[in-house]
Structures are given as structure tokens and as C-alpha cells.
Design a binder for this molecule. Structure first.
Ligand code: MLT
Length: 412
């Protein structure tokens, strides 16, 4: 008899985005006449073609693979040195952050990294997770057996939830109690909030005092427009001793279908044995990667490298401007519709309060039915997401304008 991982049985329903897709499919089957006018602002998936610099680099890489002299088989599991060096230089050292080339680990996605990183942590950590937030943090901890069962609101026993609400600008404060592992996401998915320097300083102080580790998800860093806001946790003194940062090429280079991301694991971040002996996490993550991963394809890594060329950078900037232009259109449309809206200024997500106490799934259904627009119900991001919905700015400009019009035409 093969025993299964019973922790999976604690998970609530399906993962958020497949569940939305299921409901949308059912709606389209029931209303085939409206299906063609459906506009999807649910999952934060990019819509615009890849930057030409990345396309050209990937074509060249394919040609290299076509000749014996330039062929590449397995690459280094943690990424090619030329890509790790380019990332460390452009994303960190050029911004005054001390990060060495071999502290960069190239991967196939931040979602995967955020789940996989749990391999190198023990089972008894007290884990703090913002609420609402990207659901992968909670679900991967449930799967790993780090929680008890969920209550009726979907909150899991054993986790320390960090409330994110209008009063704290949706940026959580360090808790009064002790925790060992802290998830932070800035710019935040789903609220669009960005932690200030002072707020990150408070977290780094807390982590150093408690010998905790911060898992800092900066997948949307490229959307920060306010020059006062930090792009990396390593802008904060002390972060090299307590934080692992995660970045992605999905939302800047449009690589959601190409798959490339990276984690920064400074050699100075330690975990501890049960006996209290400090041990650097870097060699554990290296061991994990070399054992369980065979690296991102050569073609993909060449594409990612091209995003750092002068043309690549300009093309990425244009993509971000495009999506942030959509965010402005949507934000103004929602405000004209009389809705209370957060985010969409330094992030591609808008976080909207449902009117008249509508639940977030009721708002999802109403918007789908009346405007034929797909949004993401806030409750899917945690119990404190109830009463909100998220609108993604990843779309064509024409669609963003149409969504803004339709939301204003609705009877709220
Ligand atoms: C989202 O819509 O929250 C994101 O697309 C999810 C992801 O990046 O995995």
C-alpha cells in the first residue's frame, strides 16, 4: 500500500487560477454568445510579444545548438556563469548592493523557487505569511506539513498571518511574537503595495534579532516607479545576513511562457541546527539545485542575458510602460465607477474593495456576468482578501480601455 502525503488533503479546493479557469469555462459553455467578448484580467499573465533582443538571442542560441562545434548539452545546474555575472552586476552591484556572481541561482520560475526553498528549512519553523498574498507561500507550506488544518475562513493552524489592510497600507509590520521564517512580497501580489525603506529596515532588524530568515519575493520589482522605494532587500544594511531574494524574468521580459527566474542566496545567511549551530544556507541550496534540477535551457538563458543589453533594457522599459499605462487607465476607470482602489502605481495589480459588502466571489460572478470581464477574487489570496478583487494590468491597451468602460457601465 503506497501511503500518500496526507498534508495535500488539507488544501482548500483547487489552486486559485485553475479554479477561476474552471468557472470561466463553465460560464462560456452556458453563454456561448458572450464568450467572444470575454476579457481576462484574472491571472497576471503577460500579453505582449517578447522583446526583440531576447528573440534574436534565442534564435542565435538555437543555431549554435545546430552545429557540433557550438553545441551545448547539460549546463551548470545553478545557471551559466555569464548569466549569473550579468544579473549580479546589473540588478545588484550597479545599484550599490553587494551580491557575488555565485550567489545567483538561475531557475525556471519564482513560483518553483518559492516552493522548493522549503527543502532546505526544517519542519518546526514558525512561519509568518502576509494575508492576503500570493497563495503559493501558504499552499507549499501546507504540502510540506508545516501547518495544521484550515478553518472555515481558509486560515491554516500553525501559521502566523500578518494582516495587510488599508490601515497599514497593505504592508505588514513585524509581529510581536517570535517567528523563524518570514515571507515578504514587494511590490505585492495582489495588493500592489510596495514596502518603503523604513518598513524593510524594521523587518531586517526583526530578522536579525530573532535569527529568522526573510524570503523576499521581488518578482514585480521592475514596476517600481517611485525612486524612493527600494527594489531589493539588499539595499537595507544587514539583509545579507538574513534574506534570500527571488526575482523573475516573467513580468519584466514577458517570460511567463519561456520560464526563467533566479534566487539570490548570500553566503552570509545562516540557518541553525536544532542544537543552535549556525550553518550557511548557500551550500544547502547549491546541493539541492545540483541534485534535483538540471538547469534552465541554454536558449532561455541566452534570451534572459539579452534583456540586459542596452536594446534589451529599452525594450523591457517599453513593456513596463505599456502595462503601467493600462494600470492608469484601469485605476481611473475604477475610480470613476465609484470604487475604492489601491495599487496600480508601482505594481501591475489593482486591488479593489467590493461595494456594498459583496463577497469577493460574488463580485467575481457579477463582473463576469454583467461586464464579461474576468477578475481574481480577493479571498483566493487569503482570508483577509475577502471583500476585495484584483484586476491585472497585463493586457492590450484596447482591452484595458474597454474594461474601464464596462466597469463604469455596471450597476454597482
Ligand atoms: C498571478 O496572477 O498572481 C501570477 O500570474 C501568478 C504567478 O506569477 O505565478
Amino acid at each position: 500500500m503506497a501511503l500518500l502525503n496526507e498534508h495535500f488533503l488539507k488544501l482548500k479546493a483547487g489552486y486559485l487560477f485553475p479554479e477561476i479557469a474552471r468557472r470561466v469555462r463553465a460560464f462560456c459553455e452556458a453563454h456561448p454568445d458572450v464568450a467572444p467578448r470575454l476579457i481576462r484580467c484574472g491571472i497576471g499573465d503577460v500579453t505582449e510579444p517578447l522583446p526583440p533582443a531576447a528573440i534574436a538571442a534565442m534564435h542565435r542560441a538555437v543555431d549554435e545548438l545546430a552545429a557540433r562545434e557550438t553545441f551545448h548539452g547539460y549546463g551548470p545546474e545553478q545557471g551559466y556563469e555569464w548569466l549569473r555575472a550579468t544579473i549580479a552586476e546589473h540588478d545588484f552591484r550597479a545599484r550599490g548592493c553587494e551580491v557575488a556572481d555565485d550567489e545567483i541561482f538561475v531557475s525556471d520560475g519564482t513560483k518553483c523557487d518559492m516552493g522548493n526553498i522549503l527543502d532546505i528549512f526544517g519542519a518546526k519553523n514558525k512561519i509568518a505569511i502576509p494575508d492576503p498574498v500570493y497563495p503559493v507561500y501558504v499552499d507549499t507550506n501546507v504540502m510540506a506539513g508545516h501547518t495544521g488544518p484550515a478553518n472555515a475562513a481558509g486560515a491554516y493552524a500553525g501559521l502566523v498571518y500578518l494582516p495587510c489592510r488599508p490601515a497599514n497600507g497593505f504592508v505588514p509590520e513585524p509581529p510581536k511574537r517570535h517567528v523563524d521564517l518570514i515571507y515578504l512580497c514587494s511590490p505585492n501580489n495582489p495588493t500592489g503595495a510596495v514596502a518603503t525603506r523604513e518598513q524593510l529596515e524594521a523587518w531586517v532588524r526583526y530578522a536579525l534579532e530573532h535569527r529568522a530568515v526573510i524570503l523576499f519575493d521581488a518578482a514585480y520589482e521592475a514596476y517600481i516607479r517611485d525612486p524612493a522605494l527600494p527594489h531589493s532587500i539588499y539595499e537595507i544594511p544587514g539583509a545579507r545576513e538574513c534574506a534570500i531574494e527571488f526575482r523573475s524574468f516573467s513580468k519584466n521580459g514577458g517570460f511567463t511562457g519561456v520560464r526563467c527566474a533566479y534566487a539570490v542566496v548570500p553566503k552570509t545567511v545562516n540557518g541553525h541546527t536544532r542544537a543552535g549551530v549556525a550553518h550557511p544556507l548557500h551550500p544547502l541550496w547549491l546541493r539541492r539545485m545540483t541534485t534535483k534540477f538540471n538547469g534552465v535551457s541554454y536558449i532561455t538563458q541566452r534570451g534572459a542575458e539579452a534583456l540586459y543589453t542596452p536594446e534589451g533594457k529599452a525594450q523591457v522599459r517599453a513593456l513596463i510602460e505599456h502595462y503601467m499605462g493600462n494600470a492608469t487607465v484601469l485605476r481611473e476607470g475604477l475610480q470613476k465607477a465609484g470604487l475604492r482602489v489601491f495599487g496600480g502605481v508601482n505594481a501591475p495589480y489593482l486591488w479593489v474593495k467590493t461595494p456594498r459588502g459583496l463577497s469577493s466571489w460574488d463580485a467575481f460572478d457579477k463582473i463576469l456576468r454583467e461586464a464579461n470581464v474576468v477578475v481574481t477574487p480577493g479571498a483566493g489570496f487569503g482570508a483577509r482578501g475577502e471583500g476585495y478583487f484584483r484586476l491585472s494590468a497585463f493586457n492590450s491597451r484596447a482591452n484595458a480601455e474597454e474594461v474601464a468602460r464596462r466597469l463604469q457601465a455596471m450597476r454597482w
